[in-house]
Ligand binder design. Structure first.
Ligand SMILES: Cc1ncc(COP(=O)(O)O)c(C=O)c1O
Length: 404
């Protein structure tokens, strides 16, 4: 039983709590959780019609589940896309995109500074299937244009990037892709629809790791791809239903509850991150701060235009030091001196997380890939949560003030 029909034109903040509320016959106020692997059919004839897709109705959770459908509808509404499809993780969403959009002989262009596993998947794993990949500078629109080949099928961007918070101009990349008959896919895990809605800027596909801000409380893994019915529902949905990359109903329900507070969290974390970034920039043991909300960020103007005037919750900074060994030791010292921040690779959590990307999220890359991604040994990434800022500053000072 779905909720009352909503009026049109609602703001994403309203959609985050009201879109696609699915209730059982008992009318519970919170969304129902349909924790079921299969659904009982009223009779053989109905079962036959539903399995043949001649009649609507759930049969088996790999092919559809009401709780998962609610999550998909809510995310699509917030992203402003026709539909969304839920996947088990963010990486399985990217895998789904790769396996349905690309085929042997196709070419894909990606930023060289994306999340490590995305670089590995699109650059190394897909090469085994005869897909060619070019990596270009995230911020250089001309480089994306120059990398186009006759067989280019997709441009894949992540903005802002993990961990350096480099942006790309989504509208400019969409124009380049479309002028050459290619698709633009944007990983929106960092920004979330609260900061930007890539589809409104021309992206054909919007990818999410729901494990990050959408859940926001470090509980479950989830992913999704948003886009048109023709591509996402028909092509990707058919593949997913056979391939089994599905999101579990329980995880869908948890992420949906997280999405209800997404806007409040992202705005509060973003405001705190800006203040922390300004404060870090002034600290003598910090060599450089990477944060789009700072005037010193090379793409500050683009960030303000593209991200609803906010920088987001994630920032990174280089500690001072000479040579890779000392930089790494100094970064480890700052990380290990924290008593509050969680040393964990996840981000987008209400608990602030701190990590050393060169030895964790980007640890599996070759030194060359790491260098071109700009991830040095002195780099520390912080995903700002909801703790009081004074406590966060004191936590970082413990290590920064004792650096030699
Ligand atoms: C930007 C980005 N995209 C995708 C992923 C992969 O998501 P998941 O860990 O849910 O597979 C991550 C994970 O950190 C990420 O940071």
């Amino acid at each position: 039983m779905t909720d009352k029909k909503l009026p049109p034109g609602l703001h994403p903040d309203t959609l985050a709590v009201r879109e696609a509320v699915e209730r059982s016959q008992w009318g519970e106020h919170s969304e129902a959780l349909y924790l079921a692997s299969s659904f009982v059919q009223p009779n053989a004839e109905t079962a036959a019609r539903r399995f043949a897709a001649l009649e609507e109705g759930y049969t088996y959770t790999r092919t559809g589940n009401p709780t998962v459908t609610s999550f998909e509808r809510r995310l699509a509404a917030m992203e402003g896309t026709e539909c969304a499809i839920a996947t088990s993780t963010g990486m399985s969403a990217i895998l789904l995109v790769a396996l349905t959009v690309l085929k042997t002989g196709d070419h894909v262009i990606c930023s060289q500074s994306m999340f490590g596993s995305t670089i590995k998947l699109l650059g190394t794993e897909m090469a085994r299937f005869g897909v060619e990949t070019s990596f270009v500078s995230q911020t250089d629109v001309e480089a994306w244009k120059a990398a186009i080949r006759p067989n280019t099928r997709m441009l894949f961007a992540e903005t802002p990037t993990n961990p350096l918070t480099d942006l790309c101009d989504i509208a400019a990349l969409a124009d380049i892709a479309h002028a050459h008959g290619a698709l633009l896919a944007v990983d929106n895990s960092f920004a979330t629809p609260v900061l930007q809605q890539p589809a409104k800027l021309g992206a054909d596909l919007v990818v999410h790791s729901g494990t990050k801000f959408l859940d926001g409380q470090g509980r479950v893994m989830a992913g999704a791809v948003c886009g048109t019915v023709a591509l996402v529902d028909k092509v990707m949905g058919t593949f997913l239903r056979s391939g089994g990359l599905n999101l579990s109903p329980f995880n869908a329900w948890v992420v949906m509850k997280g999405m209800e507070t997404l806007s409040l969290r992202v705005k509060a974390e973003s405001a705190a991150a800006l203040e922390l970034a300004r404060w870090l920039e002034a600290h003598p043991k910090v060599a450089r701060v990477y944060y789009p909300g700072l005037e010193s960020h090379p793409q500050h103007a683009l960030a303000m235009r593209q991200q609803n005037g906010m920088g987001g919750a994630v920032l990174a900074f280089d500690v001072v030091g000479e040579g890779a060994e000392q930089l790494r030791a100094n970064a480890f010292h700052v990380v290990d001196s924290t008593l509050l921040c969680s040393i964990t690779a996840n981000l987008g959590d209400v608990k602030t997380t701190i990590t050393h990307p060169a030895s964790t999220s980007h640890g599996r890359l070759t030194e060359e890939q790491r260098q071109s991604a700009g991830v040095g040994q002195g780099l520390i990434r912080i995903s700002v949560g909801l703790e009081h800022l004074d406590d966060l500053k004191a936590d970082l000072l413990r290590g920064l003030d004792t650096l030699t």
